[in-house]
Design a protein around this ligand. Structure first.
Ligand SMILES: Cc1cc2nc3c(=O)[nH]c(=O)nc-3n(C[C@H](O)[C@H](O)[C@H](O)COP(=O)(O)OP(=O)(O)OC[C@H]3O[C@@H](n4cnc5c(N)ncnc54)[C@H](O)[C@@H]3O)c2cc1C
Length: 381
């Protein structure tokens, strides 16, 4: 069996297929996905109102178009339930077994669900793919007020976008500031001020304890007793790489599905990359790392083993109310932020204990220093 099987039609799965087809036009290619297989750019989900795009307008191609373009079979709404690395098969939830020559896991990440009380806790929305976004846009029609749970990258981007769309937005975060995992406090404060300028109201400190139905909307009770009424509640508290399928198949997993620099998992002929993977020790759930990995893996699968290299990859946070560019220091780095702040313009450089810069965070006009600072950063590997 010579067939290449890719699980996932997100940016990872489809970009790998495109890169692979540049090198091998004819090898049988099967792409399996639990969703509808439409090709879209996930970062656009948090700028839909600003750019005035519905879910259908964000979809660039149907699954059938992609199959034709890629000379591939694309099977949608099928969920892989098991992988047998000895027999080299995957089994769908329906029980159907599919053989592979090489298998690529491009499974993405799951939204993290915070446990909450209340009779409407299950109605809290997460927006992590185009189908979620379509459901959200249908529910948001005619609504006025949204509570966003989580002031991380995705929560702040949605707060900005929903404000641009004319919604009244409140944000709750127990961590006490915006993008706490990525920014020094001075930069977090600049982002909060920018969003407050649009009318966003923050509740820093408490968490959401309960979400109950109230008329056509919801009554949310925070752990400090504050009550927030909203028409819709969105959870944006973070993502966890989808590792369960790999773990059950006996593959090495840690924070993500463990791979080496050639994107090889611990099982022969099985590869992983994108949001589900931990590549050479790094979980980087962003577009630039997966694009580089797709190019490298395509070459390896075409018979030219090619390690991926992770260079300096700054991330632009889509909060135009306070522009942010961040190049996070590797998780667990020892060191401290050195910050110069002038109103909304904040320049933070994370300096390691050996005195060398390891990351940076820029807001406002300081984002203009991105290119110069990026040159001073170490490549990851
Ligand atoms: C709102 C938002 C904004 C973002 N903005 C930015 C940004 O500005 N810049 C940036 O760099 N990054 C951004 N990101 C992150 C970036 O979008 C992701 O890193 C990237 O899209 C992940 O792609 P993926 O293909 O790995 O995963 P996904 O797009 O999640 O694809 C996973 C695929 O796997 C399939 N799948 C999973 N399990 C199974 C199974 N068992 N059987 C069959 N199919 C399965 C799913 O159906 C899906 O097709 C953003 C993320 C979000 C949510």
């Amino acid at each position: 069996m010579n067939r290449l099987v890719i699980i996932g039609t997100g940016l990872a799965g489809y970009n790998l297929a495109k890169e692979f087809r540049k090198l091998e036009a004819e090898r049988p290619l099967l792409i399996l996905t639990a969703d509808d297989g439409r090709n879209y750019s996930k970062p656009m989900l948090s700028t839909g109102f600003t750019k005035q795009k519905t879910a259908d307008e964000l979809a660039m191609n149907s699954a059938a178009d992609m199959a034709a373009q890629l000379n591939a079979e694309v099977r949608t709404h099928v969920r892989v339930a098991r992988i047998d690395t000895a027999a080299k098969t995957v089994t769908l939830e329906s029980g159907e077994s599919i053989a592979y020559g090489d298998l690529v896991l491009a499974l993405g990440a799951d939204t993290f669900k915070v446990p909450m009380e209340g009779d409407a806790a299950a109605e809290v929305l997460s927006i992590n793919d185009l189908m979620d976004y379509a459901a959200f846009r249908a529910k948001a029609d005619g609504k006025k007020k949204v509570l966003v749970i989580g002031a991380g990258l995705i929560g702040c981007e949605f707060a900005n976008d929903l404000s641009n769309g004319g919604f009244q937005v409140e944000v709750v975060d127990p961590a006490g500031r915006c993008l706490p995992a990525l920014l020094p406090p001075e930069a977090s404060a600049a982002v909060a001020r920018g969003l407050e300028g649009l009318g966003v109201k923050f509740h820093f400190g408490p968490a959401v304890k309960a979400v109950d139905k109230a008329g056509d909307g919801y009554r949310c009770t925070l752990t400090d007793g504050t009550v927030v009424d909203a028409d819709l509640v969105i959870s944006a508290v973070g993502l966890r790489p989808r590792i369960a399928l790999a773990k059950e198949a006996g593959l090495a997993v840690n924070r993500g599905i463990v791979t080496d620099k050639e994107l090889r998992t611990s099982a022969p002929h099985v590869y992983a990359f994108g949001d589900c993977a931990e590549v050479n020790g790094y979980v980087l759930p962003y577009v630039l790392p997966l694009m580089g990995a797709a190019r490298a893996l395509a070459k390896s699968l075409a018979g030219y083993p090619t390690p991926v290299s992770y260079g300096v990859m700054p991330v632009q946070v889509k909060t135009p109310a306070c522009p942010v560019v961040v190049c996070p220091p590797p998780v667990g780095s020892q060191g401290s932020w050195q910050v110069e702040a002038n109103g909304q313009d904040v320049k933070g450089v994370f300096v390691g204990s050996d005195g060398k810069p390891l990351g940076f965070a820029l807001t406002g006009k300081a984002t203009e220093e991105k290119t110069a600072l990026a040159k001073t950063m170490p490549v990851l590997f």
